[in-house]
Design a protein around this ligand. Structure first.
Ligand SMILES: Nc1ncnc2c1ncn2[C@@H]1O[C@H](COP(=O)(O)OP(=O)(O)OP(=O)(O)O)[C@@H](O)[C@H]1O
Length: 241
């Protein structure tokens, strides 16, 4: 990389994660490294139990690695177990995370679930409401804004979760099988939305997916197998909406 190049959105260096110890020790991830440029969308593939979630939650500063370094937007935030930032507030400002399950707050309406992410960062109620409604409209669920999560389908809940993850215009978006609860077409739309946000906002995006039909949306594909991460391809890109 040249000195004048912008920093990588995400730089993971030699991440290793060991769960347990002695007889129960599991090395879930071994020296995993990845660089994601600003505006790049990465697919992370691999069989069940291969370490994909371990990698994603490490990069998302949720489940720190046993060793290795994580640099976000040019700032090294984690060196092994040593944090170089307040991880919780750094995560809230810079990282959007979408889990397999939507994890919405059950007693807040759809729009409030999106607003809360912004209000925690100090945005006013009115401003957060406007942006939340804009995002819900973008995702085709604005007519559900007043509903509690329990009144929504799995796919609708997931779209609310996607809106919430985008609310603070994060520089990093991490998604763990975000389209598992969606039908093929809606799943593809969500993937295309990630690509659009990556390109428009210059965010770095990593998506764990099993959906091979949407792989053309991604710039780069990595595969995890037995805790070893390997770069596969830079795909032939489809046009993005
Ligand atoms: N908290 C934990 N304690 C002990 N072992 C764990 C823990 N979390 C994950 N593991 C183990 O680490 C390995 C990697 O798990 P991980 O969840 O990262 O895989 P994955 O590729 O995301 O799987 P899936 O596709 O099924 O979600 C597995 O062998 C798993 O059993």
């Amino acid at each position: 990389m040249n000195r004048t190049d912008p920093p990588f959105a995400i730089e993971a260096e030699e991440l290793t994660k060991i769960y347990g110890s002695g007889n129960t020790e599991v090395v879930a991830m071994r020296n995993a490294s990845m660089q994601v440029s600003q505006g790049e969308v990465v697919a992370l593939l691999g069989p069940s139990g291969s370490g994909k979630s371990t990698f994603l939650t490490a990069v998302g500063l949720i489940n720190p690695p046993t060793s290795g370094r994580i640099t976000i937007g040019g700032r090294m935030v984690l060196d092994g177990s040593q944090a170089h930032a307040n991880l919780r507030s750094f995560r809230r400002q810079h990282i959007g995370f979408i889990f397999q399950k939507s994890n919405l707050i059950p007693f807040l309406s759809a729009v409030e679930n999106v607003q809360i992410a912004m209000q925690l960062n100090g945005l006013s109620k009115d401003a957060s409401y406007r942006r939340a409604m804009e995002l819900l409209e973008y995702l085709g669920v604005d007519d559900r804004a007043a509903n509690l999560p329990s009144m929504l389908s799995g796919g609708q809940q997931q779209r609310i979760a996607v809106a919430r993850s985008l609310a603070n215009r994060p520089s990093v978006i991490l998604a763990d099988e975000p389209t598992a609860a969606l039908d093929g077409q809606r799943g593809r739309q969500v993937m295309e939305l990630f690509a659009k946000v990556a390109h428009e906002q210059g965010a770095g995006v990593i998506v764990v997916t099993h959906d091979h039909r949407s792989l053309d949306v991604f710039d780069t594909t990595y595969e995890m197998e037995d805790g070893i991460l390997t770069k596969q391809t830079t795909s032939t890109k489809a046009s993005v909406v």
